[in-house]
Design a protein around this ligand. Structure first.
Ligand SMILES: *[C@@H]1O[C@H](CO)[C@@H](O)[C@H](O)[C@H]1NC(C)=O
Ligand SMILES: *[C@@H]1O[C@H](CO)[C@@H](O)[C@H](O)[C@H]1NC(C)=O
Ligand SMILES: *[C@@H]1O[C@H](CO)[C@@H](O)[C@H](O)[C@H]1NC(C)=O
Ligand SMILES: *[C@@H]1O[C@H](CO)[C@@H](O)[C@H](O)[C@H]1NC(C)=O
Length: 396
């Protein structure tokens, strides 16, 4: 799941608040990995998940994960094609038979955020097994459970193998650098699907969508003077503080589905001696938009123009701007959620197919220094992907 540095700080804060209880946790010998009772019902799932985590695949360094997954999928009898990405890594498109088209595309990403840490098993204070490792949640849990879900459906003869294809992309965590070119190439080759199921940690809930983003910098120019005679200058700090205060206290447009629009102020650049009025002050602002960014930007513009009289000049510069993404959530029997961070969904051109966004594991644990997943969540992921695929095919 793609997030900016600010959101990373947020996730870090959340994960600190999660009770970890390291003291009573104990590690299991890794060679026991497949003999723990929790893994008995679906050994292939837990083995694939483990194998994926044991390969380091930081964004821009995914080559070993691409190689592993290509080999795994071709061993299952799929045709595998590698699609280039400008970030260096290669995306994996896999399909059965001659036809690259399929009714349902299962897709997720194979890159992870840094730092890499390897697979390990641990029991928490309540004796629950935790599978640790970078990507254990985001998004190797989705990759493993999608593949096993498809395998089980084919083995149970509920779908024919031609019904399903797979796309596993690189570069998701750095802004869709894998999905964007992969999608362009697939469009050029006239490859299409009726339904695309995106795998990202949604807490095993069916997402209704995710917020957009409006990320910009504000630069305020004033005129310095002796702080004892402020009437001689224009205080850029004072103007910026006023703007920041308004940004943090204004009610931004919200939505029923996505909830509140949230505002975070990031870097504040206002270093100046305390006895001098500041000639310059700047800050970055990242707004998680629950409504269109046009509406959000209109509120921001209003706030800034209110403070224009307090400065010599105020500039804004947009770094990133994307409207909220809405996906389908009509499959029965799911709890729902909305996400406050970005995904690859908007990086695949919506050409009329249904889009679902679902994945095992909690977004609040993804990216943390303690990323892990519970075996139950992975297994529920398999069951839920099976239900989603059957729903997409109209066979439930
Ligand atoms: C993770 O651990 C396994 C087992 O010891 C090892 O084979 C693998 O190379 C490790 N992965 C990385 C990226 O260090
Ligand atoms: C890929 O695997 C090779 C062989 O195990 C290892 O030497 C190399 O460092 C790995 N590359 C990355 C980017 O992890
Ligand atoms: C594949 O799907 C696309 C778009 O849905 C369509 O234009 C194309 O003709 C299909 N190709 C085959 C071989 O069925
Ligand atoms: C929905 O959430 C409730 C409360 O967390 C849970 O008890 C229930 O099992 C969930 N239902 C599904 C279908 O996941």
């Amino acid at each position: 799941m793609f997030t900016s540095a600010f959101a990373l700080a947020l996730f870090a804060a959340v994960s600190i608040a999660t009770p970890i209880n390291q003291q009573s946790a104990f590690s299991l010998d890794e060679s026991d990995a497949l003999s723990v009772p929790e893994f008995a019902s679906r050994p292939e799932l837990f083995q694939l998940h483990k194998d994926l985590i044991q390969v380091s695949s930081l964004s821009r360094h995914e080559e070993n994960a691409t190689a592993f997954l290509s080999k795994y999928l071709s061993n299952q009898g799929l045709n595998v094609e590698l699609l280039d990405s400008p970030a260096g890594g290669k995306n994996v498109y896999a399909y059965f038979g001659e036809d690259k088209n399929a009714s349902v595309l299962l897709t997720s990403h194979i890159d992870t955020v840094p730092p890499y840490f390897n697979y390990s098993l641990e029991r928490d204070a309540e004796n629950r097994l935790r599978i640790h490792g970078r990507g254990s949640t985001d998004a190797k849990a989705s990759v493993a459970s999608q593949i096993i879900a498809a395998k089980e459906l084919v083995a149970e003869k509920k779908v024919s193998s031609e019904d399903i294809s797979f796309l596993y992309v690189v570069g998701e965590e750095i802004g869709g650098l894998g999905m964007v070119p992969a999608d362009k190439q697939l469009i050029k080759e006239h490859v299409g699907w009726d339904t695309v199921i995106f795998g990202e940690p949604t807490g095993n809930r069916l997402a209704v969508g995710h917020k957009g983003i409006y990320y910009f910098q504000i630069r305020v120019y004033g005129r310095s003077c002796h702080s004892g005679y402020p009437e001689l200058g224009v205080d850029a700090n004072k103007a910026l503080i006023g703007i920041m205060n308004d940004l943090l206290t204004t009610q931004f447009p919200e939505s029923k589905l996505l909830g509140k629009t949230t505002v975070n102020i990031g870097e504040i650049d206002a270093s100046n001696a305390a006895n001098v009025l500041s000639p310059y002050a700047a800050c970055t602002v990242l707004i998680r938009a629950a409504s269109t960014t046009d509406k959000i930007a209109a509120v921001v513009d209003q706030i800034i123009s209110k403070h224009e009289k307090d400065a010599i000049r105020i500039e804004t510069e947009t770094t990133q701007r994307a409207d909220p993404t809405y996906v389908d959530y009509d499959a029965p029997g799911f709890n729902h959620t909305s996400l406050s961070c970005s995904t690859d969904v908007p990086n695949m051109l919506n050409r009329g197919f249904k889009r679902y966004l679902y994945g095992p594991g909690l977004i609040t644990i993804a990216h943390s220094a303690n990323e892990y997943i519970l075996p139950d969540m992975l297994e529920q992921g398999v069951d839920d992907y099976k239900r989603l695929v059957l729903h997409a095919l109209g066979r439930n």
